[in-house]
Design a protein. Structure first.
Length: 184
């Protein structure tokens, strides 16, 4: 085995992949695609680090079993770090409430708005990896004006990072067919 050649090439891999991972580090909490890229590059840097360690140990001791042992350790690390990414990807594909948004908190906020007597047919989903949408019916017997709707939308964006809100205001004289909780 050309040990030093392997060590040098893998060390270059650590530098290149590590630097690339660092470039994606900042946006990884808010964008699933950036997090996937970050994890991929960090895993590549980790594989290169494992190659350097395994090669140095094999060169020093002759223990060939170190190579598959380090490989299994790296595979376990990739599996654990990728599990959350896979879970969040499935949630996005199934239009689930995005991670970091509490449906009950949003409903409580809407229910406490001035003049709102009921909130129903509330749905929150991710439109993309960094854009969240909401639809809801607000019962507000006093009616509404544009300033009320704009204020609610701005506060949803500020508090919950929901930047695409569609609100239906109901006067409350008739019961909406979508008001019962079991109706979707």
């Amino acid at each position: 085995m050309a040990g030093w050649t392997v060590v040098i090439v893998a060390a270059i891999g650590i530098l290149v992949n590590g630097a690339t991972a660092l470039m994606f580090m900042r946006g990884r909490d808010h964008d699933l695609n950036i997090r996937a890229t970050y994890l991929h590059m960090a895993a590549d840097a980790g594989v290169s680090l494992g190659v350097v360690i395994a090669t140095l140990v094999i060169m020093a001791t002759g223990w060939l079993w170190v190579d598959p042992a380090v490989s299994l350790g790296i595979a376990a690390l990739v599996l654990v770090s990728g599990w959350g990414l896979a879970r969040d990807s499935v949630n996005l594909a199934l239009d689930g409430v995005p991670k970091g948004i509490d449906l009950a908190d949003v409903k409580d906020y809407l229910a406490r708005l001035d003049g709102v007597t009921d909130v129903h047919d509330l749905h929150i989903w991710a439109m993309s990896t960094d854009e969240t949408a909401l639809t809801a019916h607000l019962v507000r017997p006093a009616g509404f004006n544009d300033a009320f709707l704009h204020g609610v939308c701005e506060e949803l964006a500020h508090r919950f990072r929901i930047r695409h809100a569609t609100l239906q205001i109901e006067a409350g004289s008739d019961v909406c067919r979508l008001a019962p909780a079991e109706v979707v």
